[in-house]
Design a protein around this ligand. Structure first.
Ligand code: NAD
Length: 385
């Protein structure tokens, strides 16, 4: 057995820990580039407290999932103020942009030099500037992952900048920040975390350390996603989902993902669908096809027992198996009122391009079994409605 496990230098978790942000910033430098999401006013108090401690701050608003142009603009501003620290408070979009900026503060050249697929894909040479990542969704786990996802609108694709050198220095996970998420956002982001936990657990790069965090995360997401959707003020459910999201990030950064994420990059580039909706909508169909393909082509695969275990964890029933896991997730998606992907502009004409692009995606390589073209097309056919 061989594996590596990389993560943030410090992970600070708990209700109210966001109060520590000014102290954490002050411990890392005196020039901070603050990246905030759709409602920056919500964090005006933190900016005031930083300024009153003599920290020079510049704020940058990340509205929506980031494009390479937006990231370039943020990099230019951060370099312009010679920022020493990046503080990213928001959903995965804000945190990913923050991670890209922190990496470009210490590494020379242009963003395109380091982008996979559409750029030169050069490795980062220097550790990123300190980044404090504070998630407000639960979520992506981006506070502990080694990549930043950026979309390239003219090529209709989402790509990553990726290096263990860009894992945020501090991950500050305060579940209270997620209470304001409306049900629809709770649903889509929670399904992203659930997908990451399942795909990492059955991936061909899973290791005993990621297995442990996946089991714990699945248990918590299984008992709490629906509760958080139905009552956003359920503090216990919000705490479970914040942990599930964090654990999904720990797992995905150290094990690979699978076909859901193989599709998510191209689908996110070709449609307007939020990342979490794409994940949740594809998840039951991908699991079903994977289980069938394994039974057919690799019946001795130990991954089949893992799918059974997912069924036992999610349903809480000791006799449950893989098909119960698929059914449980399909039912959950109905309860969470997840729309079909046609709503976001996906059409049957896109299927051949999507299948071709997904087969080249790095996440597809973590899928426990290689899926055939007709199986991949079948998944899209089910997820469109
Ligand atoms: P998001 O960051 O795009 O936010 C979605 C919306 O929710 C935004 O309008 C935002 O303003 C709002 N919002 C955020 N927190 C809120 C809160 N507490 N209350 C109310 N509204 C709030 O959504 P996301 O799902 O967190 O992130 C998606 C992005 O993350 C995608 O680009 C995806 O590709 C990327 N991602 C990255 C990784 C990684 O490891 N780097 C993993 C998964 C996803």
């Amino acid at each position: 057995m061989r594996f590596e496990f990389s993560t943030a230098r410090r992970i600070i978790f708990g209700p109210g820990v966001a109060e520590q942000i000014p102290d954490l910033v002050a411990g890392l430098g005196s020039r901070a580039f603050l990246m905030l999401g759709g409602t920056p006013k919500r964090f005006a108090g933190i900016v005031d407290r930083l300024v009153s401690r003599g920290i020079t701050c510049e704020t940058f608003r990340v509205a929506g999932e980031p494009t390479t142009d937006m990231a370039r603009e943020a990099v230019a501003s951060a370099r312009g103020m010679t920022a020493q620290i990046v503080v990213a408070i928001g959903g995965g979009s804000v945190i990913d942009t923050g991670k890209a900026v922190a990496a470009m503060l210490t590494n020379e050249g242009e963003l395109a030099d380091y982008l996979e697929v559409v750029g030169k894909g050069q490795p980062l040479r220097k550790e990123a500037a300190p980044c404090i990542a504070v998630p407000t969704t639960a979520g992506t786990g981006a506070e502990v992952t080694a990549n930043a996802v950026l979309s390239v609108p003219d090529q209709r694709v989402k790509v990553s900048m990726r290096s263990p050198l860009m894992i945020p220095r501090r991950a500050v996970v305060d579940p209270v920040l997620t209470h304001s998420m409306p049900p629809e956002l709770t649903a889509s982001t929670g399904l992203d975390a659930l997908t990451q936990l399942i795909e990492a657990f059955v991936s061909n790069k899973a290791n005993p350390l990621t297995d442990g965090v996946c089991r714990e995360g699945l248990h918590r997401a299984g008992r709490s996603l629906r509760r958080a959707f139905e009552n956003g003020d359920d503090a216990q459910a919000r705490e479970d989902m914040a942990l599930a999201s964090l654990f999904s990030g720990l797992a995905l950064a150290n094990a690979k993902l699978g076909a859901v994420h193989g599709f998510a990059g191209p689908l996110g580039g070709m449609t307007d669908a939020p990342h979490g909706v794409i994940c949740g909508k594809l998840l039951p169909y991908v699991m079903d096809v994977n289980v069938r393909a394994l039974r057919d082509r690799a019946p001795e695969s130990p991954t089949l027992a893992r799918f059974d275990e997912v069924g036992r964890i999610l349903t809480g029933t000791s006799t449950a198996g893989a098909s119960d896991a698929v059914e449980w997730i399909a039912d959950l998606c109905k309860v969470l009122r997840l729309p079909g992907l046609r709503k976001y502009g996906l059409s049957e004409d896109d299927f051949p391009t999507l299948v071709a692009k997904s087969r080249k995606a790095s996440s597809m390589k973590g899928n426990p079994v290689e899926l055939h073209e007709d199986e991949l097309t079948g998944i899209l056919r089910q997820a469109i409605n």
